[in-house]
Design a protein around this ligand. Structure first.
Ligand code: ATP
Ligand code: MG
Length: 350
């Protein structure tokens, strides 16, 4: 039985003991999502999504642009109502106990949500006050976070003078001010330079080792590989794959043969020569072509002789295990880089 409008977790009610008893699922999991559906007019974005996130772990939500990752995070963080289904955060229902849920979570949205006319320090103080932290705690956490995110020097400048990366770092710091047990991060490192990205990864790892639960979305497969205990891929409104990074890689199997083409000018031609292999993937920056290894030495000979006949010089040949990028491409038909490039061009057009 659920308990509408109260501050008690939405747990099963036992008439025998007159006590609320948590189901095993709720005790073990910080986030429980059951049958979640959401449409915007004719557009079905989430079409029956189910997953759980164990306490003290990181779940990465992957999917192509428009797959519904931000929509999921907005529902889980009480910013958007679902059409149907149920979401429990530490046992509290996001619709019926929205206020309680808000006190348990931190959120960094895909786009910075800061007051541009306040300084970095003032933004942190303001959110600390909204969380009703004590004056002392606000001061202590603000200084800790400014230090951690390398923002001490800029802390007394208004945010409108910050670079994109600095705003992003402050936005992340703000979501950590109250040390919430559950944190949602929508593309936390998009727009960060490599050093800031590593700092963020470190912070996430530290938070998780002290028991925080994190749900993040990312377009960066290295990030998912590095941080996530489990990964979910959504596409077409549904979860199409779920598991650890290793499980997902094993699922698509086979080693890949990787061929580096010597001259940039012959790279496009090389792609055409072996485009009939449906497993072909190309990396324009690295000038490499990769194929699923299926025919051993014979396959290798055949590919090399076709490239040779076309006058294409091969610089290097190697074999490698599948990456999460390969998994993403196989499952969704896009590379993650495609997604990021599309996203960038979308942002440029804005
Ligand atoms: N408020 C809204 N009104 C109408 N359509 C919306 C609204 N919010 C999201 N959508 C649509 O829902 C779909 C999912 O959007 P969402 O932002 O969840 O995708 P995403 O997976 O986060 O994508 P990205 O990788 O680009 O961030 C998109 O087609 C989007 O246009
Ligand atoms: Mg999004």
């Amino acid at each position: 039985m659920s308990i509408a409008g109260t501050d008690k977790p939405d747990k099963m009610y036992s008439s025998l003991t007159e006590k609320y008893v948590s189901t095993e699922l709720e005790l073990e999991n910080a986030i429980v999502v059951k049958g979640l559906r959401k449409s915007f007019k004719q557009l079905t974005v989430l079409d029956g999504v189910n997953f759980v996130v164990k306490k003290g772990t990181v779940l990465a939500l992957l999917g192509p642009n428009g797959a519904g990752k931000t929509t999921t995070i907005r529902i889980l963080s009480t910013l958007l109502l679902p059409d149907s289904g149920q979401v429990l955060i530490n046992g509290f229902d996001v619709v019926k106990n929205a206020n309680k849920v808000r006190s348990l979570i931190g959120l960094t949205g895909q786009y910075a949500a800061l007051d541009e006319y306040l300084t970095g320090r003032e933004n942190l103080h303001m959110i600390g006050r909204l969380y009703r932290l004590s004056h002392l705690d606000i001061k202590r956490r603000t200084e800790e976070l400014l230090e951690l995110f390398d923002l001490v020097e800029a802390s007394n400048r208004t945010v409108k003078t910050y670079s994109g990366g600095m705003s992003r770092r402050l936005d992340l710091a703000v979501s950590l001010i109250a040390s919430p047990p559950i944190i949602f991060l929508d593309e936390p490192t998009t727009g960060l330079d490599p050093r800031s990205r590593l700092i963020m990864w470190d912070i996430i790892t530290q938070l998780v080792s002290s028991g925080t639960t994190i749900l993040l979305t990312t377009q960066d497969m290295d990030e998912a590989d590095h941080l996530a205990d489990r990964i979910i891929v959504i596409n077409g409104g549904k979860i199409i794959a779920e598991g650890t990074s290793d499980e997902l890689k094993q699922r698509i199997g086979s080693e890949r043969l990787e061929i580096a083409v010597a001259a940039e000018s012959s790279f496009e031609k090389a792609k055409k020569v072996i485009e009939d292999d449906s497993s072909l993937r190309s990396d324009d920056k690295m000038r490499t072509l990769s194929l699923v290894t299926k025919g051993g030495v014979n396959q290798l000979k055949q590919v090399l002789s076709r490239l040779d006949e076309a006058g294409i010089e091969v610089e290097n040949i190697s074999s490698r295990s599948p990456t999460l990028d390969d998994v993403f491409l196989t499952l969704t038909g896009h590379t993650c880089n495609d997604q990021t490039e599309k996203q960038k061009s979308k942002e440029v057009r804005k």
